[in-house]
Design a binder for this molecule. Structure first.
Ligand SMILES: Nc1ncnc2c1ncn2[C@@H]1O[C@H](COP(=O)(O)OP(=O)(O)O)[C@@H](O)[C@H]1O
Ligand SMILES: CC(=O)N[C@@H](CCC(=O)OP(=O)(O)O)C(=O)O
Length: 284
């Protein structure tokens, strides 16, 4: 169906209300590794984030990269192991994780944003002690639990006009590195920054009753329903930290938390600039 010039103009005018609503507001976008499917899609996601910045919003990107960490582990003969969606992390895995997240993925996102004339800056959670952490549990090894978020560096770079791109690596009291699930970082960062909205981009339509059937999308989940879905085995694996982090964020003041499908072109814009909403929204 062809869109007429009048319809295009109408869409632009309609967007004004959203631009005004989010002007100068922080929106945390978590870009998951499973949604970094190919370069074309990656470039489209980056363009959406660039557009948010152009119109006066303050996007803060938290990136994942689980599939790439898994790939490099396998290529080195290491067997990835997960408990409730979290990677069991020994010392060598931690080094690989840091290399992939801070060395490769962060720098790629930063460079794509820069290419779209948006100033971007990569920040590992270790930089400026932004994400402080302690060991989550013995069995997970060097997986971190966030103990404190220091937002100074992020606020400074936002003030200077940059889009911060955060890698989910934390620092302990002995300067040791911790691998932290990127959803957890995004959720707690959204709270610490007083973000208006948290958007998690992944590779499914949202939370599904049956993970293999997109038509079973649950468009809204109340925080009180989350543990029921987890206990019944409907929400599992990598979806567990996602709903839990949204739950934490909405109960601590983030107005809206959404889990959306990054495989669909311009899903971020649809989420931010329309009333219809897509994916799953977590509400109190
Ligand atoms: N109820 C559910 N609805 C949708 N996806 C689910 C559900 N339970 C588990 N999942 C899984 O969660 C995955 C998303 O988490 P994850 O693989 O960690 O993605 P990301 O890299 O984007 O963080 C989906 O691809 C799906 O396999
Ligand atoms: C502890 C833990 O599981 N950390 C994650 C960090 C990366 C991540 O969260 O990436 P996605 O968002 O792409 O899943 C991992 O090692 O895979």
């Amino acid at each position: 169906m062809e869109i007429t010039p009048q319809q295009k103009a109408h869409v632009l005018v309609e967007s004004l209300a959203y631009i005004k609503r989010f002007h100068n507001q922080i929106v945390v976008i978590k870009y998951g590794g499973h949604a970094m499917i190919n370069n074309t899609l990656k470039k489209a996601v980056i363009k959406d984030i660039a557009l948010m910045k152009y119109v006066g919003m303050n996007p803060v990107v938290v990136h994942g990269g689980g599939p790439e960490i898994t790939e490099i582990m396998k290529s080195l003969g290491k067997k990835p192991e997960f408990i409730d969606g979290l990677r069991v992390t020994d010392k060598e895995t931690m080094e690989l994780t840091e290399m992939v997240l801070c060395g490769k993925i962060s720098s790629e996102i930063v460079s794509l944003l820069n290419h779209n004339d948006v100033k971007a800056l990569g920040i590992s959670g270790k930089d400026g002690k932004t994400i402080q952490a302690a060991q989550k549990s013995e069995k997970l090894g060097l997986v971190g639990e966030i103990t404190h978020i220091n937002t100074d560096l992020i606020h400074t770079v936002i003030k200077e006009g940059y889009v911060p791109v955060i890698s989910p690596v934390g620092v302990g009291t002995d300067a040791e590195s911790y691998n932290i699930n990127a959803d957890e970082v995004a959720g707690q960062l959204a709270v610490a920054l007083g973000a208006k909205k948290l958007v998690l981009i992944t590779d499914v339509d949202g939370v599904l009753m049956d993970a293999k059937k997109p038509e079973t999308l649950i468009s809204e989940i109340k925080t009180t329903e989350v543990s029921k879905y987890i206990n019944e085995g409907i929400i599992k694996d990598g979806m567990i930290p996602k709903v839990q982090c949204c739950m934490g964020a909405v109960t601590k003041g983030v107005e809206r938390c959404h889990i959306i499908d990054g495989r669909k072109y311009h899903s971020i814009l649809l989420e931010i600039f329309t009333d219809d909403g897509i994916g799953t929204m977590i509400t109190t």
